[in-house]
Write a protein of this length. Structure first.
Length: 226
């Protein structure tokens, strides 16, 4: 990844929950089923955690190894990149009353978010979060996100297609996968694409949780590692 503002080197960090059969979203994503049919089980382990609740303006919650994994994923993040499918449903032009995201008036990001799309749209500001819509590909999106992060790291969100593109391009520095003890049987597979064969992974740690979730943390290494 290129040097960011003032010469410091920011990381592109990918963090996602995945089922045992390799899916990061269920089938038939829609407004009523934003994570796809059955996809909610991918994230149920996180909903009651204190860090997750705090990021959504809620109090209380559980601590422990699961909470530590979520807290780490949010530390030192200055910007986020996501695909259009994570931002909202639908394809094609945005229309006269475009979708404004799943997160209401105060999204949990609190930093600039760069949404990859084929269709132009003006920047959307919701509370402390701005959404900039990038139409010229993954590299320009990363450059803008790195600049906006101001020396902090950039977080890569979903969906699977966007993650595959950044992984195949050798642009991901660290990856944390939360492996849940369950199967979806269909939907969007995380590692279902060509171009990933040259990526080496250096395991940093594996953390087992009493909830059954396994937190896998890797650095990139080998031919594409930097």
């Amino acid at each position: 990844m290129a040097d960011s503002v003032e010469g410091s080197v920011a990381k592109l960090r990918f963090d996602i929950s995945m089922s045992l059969d390799g899916y990061v979203a269920g089938p038939d994503q829609s407004i009523d089923e934003p994570l796809g049919v059955g996809g909610r089980q991918l994230h149920e382990w996180a909903y009651g955690l204190s860090t997750w609740r705090a990021s959504h303006g809620q109090e209380g919650g559980k601590t422990g190894v699961d909470n530590a994994a979520v807290r780490e994923s949010l530390e030192n993040i200055g910007a986020t990149i996501m695909g259009r499918g994570m931002f909202g449903p639908g394809h094609g032009p945005w229309g006269e009353e475009p979708w404004e995201g799943w997160w209401g008036e105060e999204p949990p990001f609190g930093t600039p978010v760069f949404v990859l799309t084929h269709h132009p749209r003006e920047t959307l500001v919701k509370g402390k979060t701005s959404f900039e819509f990038v139409t010229d590909g993954i590299h320009p999106a990363l450059e803008r996100a790195s600049e906006a992060a101001g020396g902090a790291d950039v977080k890569l969100g979903g969906g699977a297609d966007v993650a595959q593109q950044y992984l195949a391009a050798g642009l991901v520095d660290e990856m944390q996968i939360h492996l849940i003890p369950g199967f979806l049987g269909g939907g969007a597979r995380l590692f279902d694409g060509a171009g990933l064969e040259g990526i080496g992974l250096e395991r940093r740690r594996v953390v087992d949780s009493p909830t059954g979730v396994v937190h896998l943390h890797f650095r990139t290494a080998g031919e594409r590692g930097r």
